[in-house]
Design a protein. Structure first.
Length: 509
């Protein structure tokens, strides 16, 4: 096969020194679905509404467009990168081409660690929703005991992780079919939910400007409370890079991935924002304290506004959304682990990067990530406060990983090295003259939100040393990782021979 034919076959993957080893079978909708399912409109809005509403009241809704405005700047930068570098493990590989090996390795390490914890956090959403559909789904006790909720959540979470592990080990085609079907159902359900909540509005729009006395007499007043409430939106709107992380399995990825990234974040903003907006306006009693509790929240509003039968039907679609969200998070973590292992950037790289010849997928990472997530999940039984804190920290680590891409990208722009003549002539997605201001906003936003997420608040992280867990945990993860990388990892970096592009193999001495 000639070089030109090979590049056509692997969609330019050989340009980056890699051979085509994954199954390239993902189409446009499946690529879009991967980003949407990771963000997961229904999972995020229903799992975290109680948190945002509890801290900020109805006015918390304004955090949704605020977070979107910042995250779309990041998404635009990522779309430009996806058109140039459609390679697995997006954040890691993007940073590798924008910065040095230490920066890119840290970006990948942060993103991978956070993804494993995020998977654990997502599967806990089963427990928030299932018992509200049927009391029999409360697997331990009646839900009123001190550990009933936590133990039942761990069991449901482990069952879901087992499912995502098996699906991902079987192959990307099955994963894409399940994910696309789930996202299709989720989008239809979300639109119907918006319509039904819209026709059941009982509160005037002015309630969105009412602070309800929250923050009165406290340092910072309502603004301080709003910053805490905004974490609920910040916890939802990320993961849109997943569409590009599946670039090596996507048909025509240079054109498909950028569009999929932007469509995913915009669709999530519009539909999710309307669900939150109409949910607040349709709430029969905004003063009900249950709206600020995990056992009530937006699920309670849906049941109250739409009635028990119809409300529970929509809760079933939320369970579907949680399922495909967990599947997408697990898939993205696998691709990141594979991408780093293929560069021999992780211990046991050859084993981790091995592709099953029949399934055309990395099976070992799927199993290891599943086992690690279940082990973390078990912590929730005895120490739910610690788990909540660590979950919050995982989101910060993703924002930090994003900064390790947008930051180096900005430096290259300021030096006149990005997008460069090659980028301008490529014909793929480009920000053009808007690139510099958008990139600046992406970096400023990412740094500001990471700081807001990490701020040592007792309400979020608990008292004592837990208040500082963001700095302690992230510092420990970064330090341990960098120690291994600087002492050993950097000396063994290099594409494994079995994953090297054919023409590069011929260049080896």
């Amino acid at each position: 096969m000639s070089t030109t034919e090979n590049e056509k076959h692997d969609h330019g993957l050989s340009e980056f020194g890699y051979s085509q080893s994954l199954d390239r079978s993902i189409g446009k909708f499946a690529s879009f679905a991967a980003g949407v399912s990771y963000i997961s409109i229904l999972t995020g809005t229903f799992q975290l509404f109680y948190f945002g509403f509890g801290f900020g009241g109805p006015m918390y809704w304004w955090s949704w467009p605020m977070v979107f405005a910042g995250q779309v700047m990041v998404a635009l930068c990522f779309a430009e990168l996806a058109g140039r570098y459609p390679v697995a493990g997006s954040v890691y590989n993007w940073s590798k081409r924008l910065a040095g090996p230490t920066t890119s390795w840290l970006a990948g390490w942060m993103m991978f660690t956070a993804s494993v914890v995020t998977l654990t956090a997502v599967v806990l959403a089963y427990q928030v929703t299932l018992p509200q559909i049927w009391s029999g789904f409360q697997l331990v006790g009646d839900g009123t005991g001190p550990t009933d909720f936590a133990v039942s959540a761990v069991i449901w979470g482990a069952i879901l992780i087992l499912f995502t592990t098996l699906v991902n080990a079987f192959g990307v085609k099955l994963m894409a079919r399940i994910n696309s079907t789930g996202v299709f159902i989720e989008l239809i359900a979300a639109v119907l939910l918006v319509i039904l909540l819209g026709v059941n509005i009982v509160n005037p729009p002015s309630v969105l400007l009412d602070t309800n006395g929250i923050g009165a007499g406290q340092p910072g007043g309502y603004f301080a409370a709003f910053l805490v409430a905004s974490l609920a939106s910040a916890y939802v709107m990320y993961g849109f890079d997943t569409a590009s992380s599946l670039g090596e399995e996507t048909v025509d990825p240079r054109r498909t991935a950028p569009t999929a990234i932007l469509r995913a974040v915009i669709a999530s903003f519009v539909i999710g924002g309307l669900i939150l907006l109409f949910g607040i306006l349709a709430a029969p009693n905004l003063a009900d304290p249950a709206l600020g509790e995990s056992s009530g929240g937006l699920q309670l509003i849906v049941i109250q506004a739409l009635g028990s039968t119809l409300g529970k039907i929509f809760l079933v679609t939320i369970v579907i959304a949680i399922t495909v969200c967990a599947l997408a998070v697990h898939t993205a973590a696998i691709r990141l682990m594979f991408a780093m292992a293929r560069d021999n950037a992780l211990p046991g790289g050859a084993r981790l990067a091995k592709i099953d010849p029949k399934r055309k997928t990395p099976v070992v990472p799927a199993i290891l990530i599943g086992v690690a997530s279940v082990l973390i999940l078990v912590v929730n039984i005895g120490s739910p406060a610690i788990f909540t804190a660590v979950t919050s920290v995982a989101i910060i680590m993703i924002y930090v990983a994003y900064l390790l891409v947008t930051g180096p990208m900005l430096l290259k722009r300021l030096r006149g090295q990005w997008p460069g003549p090659e980028g301008a002539a490529s014909g793929y997605f480009s920000l053009g003259r808007l690139g510099l201001p958008i990139n600046i906003l992406a970096v400023v936003w990412g740094a500001a939100m990471a700081l807001n997420l990490a701020w040592p608040r007792a309400d979020v992280y608990g008292e004592g040393v837990l208040r500082w867990i963001a700095f302690i945990f992230i510092g420990a993860v970064a330090l341990i990782g960098l120690l291994w990388f600087r002492l050993k990892g950097r000396h063994q970096l290099g594409t494994l021979p079995e994953h090297m592009a054919k023409q590069m193999e011929g260049e080896l001495p």
